[in-house]
Design a protein around this ligand. Sequence first.
Ligand code: GCO
Ligand code: CA
Length: 263
Amino acid sequence: MSLSLFNIEGKVALITGATHGLGMAMAMQLGKAGATIVINGNSSQQKIDDALEVYKKENIKAFGYKFNVTIESEVEAAIASIEKEVGAIDILVNNAGIIKRIPLETMEVEAFREVIDVDLVAPFIVSKHVVKGMIARKSGKIINICSMMSELGRNTVGAYAAAKGGLKMLTKNMATEWAKHNIQINGIGPGYFATSQTAPIRVDGHPFNEFIINRTPAAKWGAPEDLGGAAIFLASQASNFVNGHILYVDGGILATIGKPSNE
Ligand code: GCO
Ligand code: CA
């Protein structure tokens, strides 16, 4: 069997965030498959540099740019620099995201807006500026990192669920408008993964830890590397007629209503 359909050797992939967590895991897998990786971060240059060291240890060609994905002027300037200094962006992964676990009735409007801004508005802004080159070249792949919460609610994550549900629909609308340019826009919906984001609810003895394991048919938290196959598929020619699809990588959570804890 030939795996050439999945070949992404020499492609340039911009993965927003990707200094840690699921973004880094996906960027790592795309890099190991031969793509040149461009990561971004906003907190500090040091954090980006530390992450670049991790990629370089794995012999991955990696570049880092500091910019705020929610500020259009910064995004526009950064995309122009990347295309000039690294090359045309073949693959965009809108991964950068935040979560705030606060009950809706006590959540400050400002905090709600911040989540929507990073998790929903930013993928629009970054895509808007990357897609111009993709349209001109008549080829490209955009992968929006959605969530279980694109489909399901959960106590305290209202803003996050609203943003991720919106990102699912934004994915479908991007496909509606851009698929004709031979650009494939899809989403990946991770289930519950062992990352720093879920660390506070994953600790032993936390009721949520047991709940998730019981709720997941695969009976465990996902390992970040488990997203690699989905990312490579949606970044490669293997998905050339797949558009507007959300690929859930969730150990089967969305397939089932769950079961009582004694079963
Ligand atoms: C939570 C979790 C989730 C996950 C993930 C699920 O508090 O329920 O943090 O929101 O991070 O996005 O797919
Ligand atoms: Ca190229």
